[in-house]
Design a protein around this ligand. Structure first.
Ligand SMILES: [Zn+2]
Length: 408
């Protein structure tokens, strides 16, 4: 499987090389020479599109037998992957596909399956969760099945992932069914969550979650391992061993963090029926003065997980405008001006409302979230509002009665 990854990586770079050369060759006018570098590409050479390169792949395979090592659909998907990145770059304007260095290509995909690839192991004495997965051209691999494939689902594709420098392997099985699951509708009790550094999270009910303790402990262990690894001679056997140790710990930290995020997301879903969070782009704030500690929290990942957990548990999820959320008094709506980050209390000069800074921000977010739901329901952007209760429903009733009065 490591060999396949290396084959895929080289193919990916080859495709990208052709794309880049073509682009560079078209950069200067046809009757002139470039001052930097000349790319000799025939004028009528078509753009190396996905289809074009997919066709070329057959030719390449004849010239380079090493390409045949991997399954043909897997190699086709590599070409597609490069072009997906390229298309995404064209759309967003950033993130030009990059050459992958050794070890940077960490997964390959089997895009389709005819037969059910999972089977019970053919020999006895295996544990309960143990299964075999039959991968084309690789053969049967023993796996630990984390959850059974539900009935009525078809296996669409399988991605094989390598983690921690190829010492840990995962298979991600994508299943599909034609059952339609409706998106959760706004209903019931709402709550908003404000994420921060001192407390991982504060809700509008003043429920707080401390940042995961596991993290600091693992972090100091990571520092120690990194120090040890840096003393080894680069490229030596001991160096590789030390690198694997570091990679494994990184992997563990990422898993613990994810687990923590899932737990917090479920806690929030236990407490309310609508969850609102701020729409801040955490990648941007991570560049600012809070720096890396912002990324350590993985707030962006948390929001994605929260959205997924909400959907799964039929809770309404929405992102609301984050601007000035920490500068407005949730009690009277006064703009209290910018608070320095060291000021952890909110004390309103107008109405004397006192609470913690994060709680006040969460309350503001909740008000904005409910406002958003109201307007969206009134404008019928959200289908139906039958299940509404509490302030949203009251407000809608008021709206409706006002409308009828006006009409009459
Ligand atoms: Zn106030």
């Amino acid at each position: 499987m490591l060999g396949w990854l290396e084959t895929c990586r080289r193919l990916y770079n080859r495709c990208l090389r052709d794309l880049k050369t073509w682009l560079n060759s078209r950069k200067c006018p046809i009757d002139r020479c470039s001052l930097n570098e000349e790319y000799i590409v025939p004028a009528d050479l078509p753009f190396p599109s996905y289809l074009q390169q997919k066709r070329q792949l057959t030719q390449w395979k004849k010239e380079n037998p090493w390409l045949k090592a991997a399954h043909s659909q897997v190699t086709q998907d590599v070409v597609k992957r490069m072009h997906n990145t390229w298309e995404a770059f064209k759309k967003r304007g950033f993130g030009f596909p990059r050459f992958k260095k050794y070890g940077q290509f960490r997964s390959f995909l089997f895009p389709q399956f005819k037969n059910h690839p999972l089977q019970l192991p053919s020999w006895e004495g295996m544990g309960v969760g143990d299964y075999q997965i039959k991968l084309p051209k690789i053969g049967s691999v023993l796996i630990e099945l984390h959850r059974p494939i539900p009935d009525g689902f078809v296996i669409k594709q399988i991605r094989v992932l390598s983690r921690a420098r190829g010492t840990k392997w995962y298979v991600v099985i994508t299943v599909q069914s034609d059952i339609e699951v409706p998106n959760p509708l706004p209903k019931g009790r709402g709550l908003a969550a404000d994420v921060g550094l001192e407390n991982f999270l504060t809700t509008s009910d003043n429920f707080t979650v401390k940042p995961g303790l596991f993290f600091r402990e693992l972090q100091s262990r990571l520092k120690e391992l990194q120090r040890k690894a840096s003393r080894k001679k680069k490229g030596s056997k001991n160096w590789e061993k030390a690198q694997i140790k570091v990679a494994k710990l990184h992997h563990k930290i990422a898993n613990s963090r994810k687990n923590f995020h899932f737990q917090v997301a479920h806690q929030l879903c236990d407490q309310g029926d609508m969850v609102f969070v701020e729409d801040i782009d955490f990648r941007v704030s991570a560049k600012g003065f809070l720096g890396k500690s912002m990324l350590d929290g993985g707030f962006g990942q948390f929001r994605t997980i929260l959205q997924w957990v909400c959907w799964k548990r039929d809770k309404f999820f929405a992102q609301v405008d984050h601007k000035y959320s920490s500068q407005i008094c949730p009690n009277c709506g006064t703009h209290t001006g910018k608070k320095p980050l060291s000021q952890r209390q909110h004390i309103c000069p107008e109405c004397n409302y006192q609470t913690t800074r994060d709680h006040a921000a969460a309350e503001v977010l909740l008000q904005r979230g409910l406002d958003k739901v109201r307007t969206d329901c009134a404008e019928r952007k959200l289908p139906g509002n039958g299940g509404l209760s509490g302030p949203v429903a009251d407000w809608l009733d008021k709206c409706r009665s006002r409308n009828t009065q006006e009409r009459s």
